[in-house]
Ligand binder design. Structure first.
Ligand code: NAD
Length: 501
């Protein structure tokens, strides 16, 4: 028998073990372990923070253009190694290869944006704000930053964080999800190959034990988190209580509003991908459709049933499949229990994916697409994030009712409206209490040069992830006022508050 591959830590440029505990990493399509991941203990995490701290002075002093060139080389290496990276994503997460490729591409775009950091860091300059006085503001690196990331985008979400952080002159400790740890580690190794000096980016594998050190160690100055809302809220509370800057992105329950005038064939096709793509394990997935008017609901459900019948479910590595398995046995059991719950609550289960059989993969974590009609706001399947291939249709009479539902929901990550009416769309985008809004776009994930973030309990903190907000998050502003004394300075002290009056 061959010994299982161990996913290690990357500290100070070297792969290493650390910690007595390990966890199995599974191929969700077979239910078999494919590796074991080291779970860092406190000394291991402290060693990673120390390595980041040691690397900081030289890296911060490196000219921004030289730092940016590492990002340009990394972009190329990511493109060259795309197949390897995507195979690892699919192996440990389960999503279909085309979706892994889409995730990687979105990640690469963040690396590309980070390569523009010298332009983004230029700051502001004002001459002659007073006699012989110049003033300017700078973005200075904040220090050692940490990132804690979820299983569902094991490559893209880390790339939301550390490329811009290090391009701004910080050093970084990344803690990927222990459920899909290998691809983020491979990307970090490619960053070393691209020329990132040892210690600038460190990866510690682990769980809560590792996270707790990152949240409390005084050498860590900023923490970016993406994951579920209860954990995000706790991370925000603990990190800020320890004096750190924290952005913590949480869960979601995104509604798609379908107006009676929507282009139905295109809407249905867009919603299929948004609901069932990646097995519904996306924070921007659409698990709820709000059908407006007396006939929209029936037409949508009819169209979805016809499309679902064409879907192929199976291992993500086979290109003919549209949807792979859920990530773990535990998650499969949780999602199935929501389907049971929806039936018990009285929603109509129009398509039941619970009986699915994938030949040759009896132990895989598969659940077929599920569709509920007549979902009501009081139901748990309406309120809670299921994070699986379970789509519910809610019926309302008007756009105002649809918007009131969305505004009343605890989450506010993404939403979208399908309509041909520009005024309705404008009213929706102006007033809806959600951070990211699509008009005839089901997954309104901002491009890399805008920032990503939800409202309400989908984000704790002020600044959003990646894009221009990332420059603000990973830097401190410093305002400098400078005067080179002339004879005038000897005229005597001034005791009033300086102003340009
Ligand atoms: P999770 O909250 O279980 O884990 C996220 C990270 O936190 C992992 O690295 C994990 O090891 C760590 N962690 C877990 N429990 C912890 C604890 N008690 N204390 C400290 N650290 C802990 O999330 P997940 O299941 O990996 O990811 C799915 C969730 O992430 C969903 O809720 C999804 O909506 C959300 N998500 C949100 C966004 C967004 O941008 N808002 C993006 C992707 C995923």
């Amino acid at each position: 028998m061959t010994e299982a591959r161990t996913v290690q830590h990357l500290i100070d440029g070297r792969l290493q073990a650390g910690g007595q505990r390990h966890a199995d990493v599974f191929d969700p399509s077979t239910g078999h372990p494919v590796a074991r991941v080291a779970l860092a203990d406190a000394p291991t995490v402290e060693a990673a923070i120390a390595a980041a701290q040691r690397a900081l002075p030289a890296w911060k002093a490196t000219p921004p253009l030289k730092r940016a060139r590492v990002m340009s080389r990394l972009k190329q290496l990511l493109e060259d190694n795309a197949a390897r990276i995507c195979e690892l994503i699919t192996l440990e997460h389960g999503k279909v290869l085309a979706d892994s490729m889409g995730e990687l591409q979105r990640g690469i775009e963040n690396v590309e944006y980070a390569s523009y950091a010298p332009e983004l860091l230029k700051g502001e300059h004002s001459r002659q704000v007073g006699p012989g006085i110049d003033a300017w503001s700078e973005h200075q690196a904040i220090g050692v930053a940490a990132g804690i990331t979820p299983f569902n985008f094991p490559v893209m979400v880390p790339l939301w964080m550390w490329p811009m952080a290090v391009a701004c002159g910080n050093t970084f400790v990344l803690k990927p999800s222990e459920r899909a740890p290998s691809s983020a580690l491979l990307v970090a190794e490619l960053a070393l190959e691209a020329g990132l000096p040892p210690g600038v980016l460190n990866v510690v594998q682990g769980d809560k034990e590792a996270v707790d050190i990152l949240l409390t160690d005084p050498r860590v100055k900023a923490v970016s988190f993406v994951g579920s809302t209860p954990v995000a809220e706790a991370i925000y509370a603990t990190g800020t209580a320890h004096g750190k800057r924290v952005q913590a992105l949480g869960g979601a329950k995104n509604h798609a509003v379908v107006m009676p005038d929507a282009d139905l064939p295109n809407t249905i096709s867009a919603l299929m991908g948004a609901a069932y793509g990646s097995c519904g394990e996306r924070c921007m997935a659409v698990p709820l459709i709000v059908a407006v008017g007396p006939v929209t609901g029936d037409a949508i459900v009819r169209g979805l049933v016809a499309e679902i019948a064409k879907m192929k479910v199976g291992p993500g590595r086979h290109p003919e499949n549209d949807m792979g398995p859920l990530v773990t046995q535990t998650h499969l059991a949780k999602v199935r229990s929501y389907v049971d719950q929806g039936v018990a609550e009285g929603a109509t289960l129009v398509v039941d994916g619970r009986g699915i059989e994938v030949p040759g993969h009896a132990e895989g974590y598969f659940l077929g697409p599920c569709l509920f009609d007549h979902v009501k706001p009081g139901m748990r399947i309406y309120q809670e994030e299921i994070f699986g291939p379970v789509l519910g249709v809610v019926r309302v009479d008007s756009l105002e009712q649809a918007m009131a539902l969305i505004d009343a929901h605890e989450y506010g990550n993404g939403t979208c409206i399908f309509t041909r009416d520009g005024e309705a769309a404008r009213h929706f985008t102006d007033h809806i209490e959600v951070g990211m809004v699509g008009v005839n776009v089901p997954l309104p994930v901002p491009v890399a040069y805008h920032s990503f973030g939800g409202w309400k309990r989908s984000l704790f903190g002020d600044l959003h992830a990646y894009g221009p907000d990332a420059v603000r998050f990973y830097t401190r502003r410093k305002a400098i006022t400078q005067r080179w004394p002339s004879a005038g300075v000897r005229e005597g002290a001034v005791f009033s508050f300086p102003s340009s009056r």
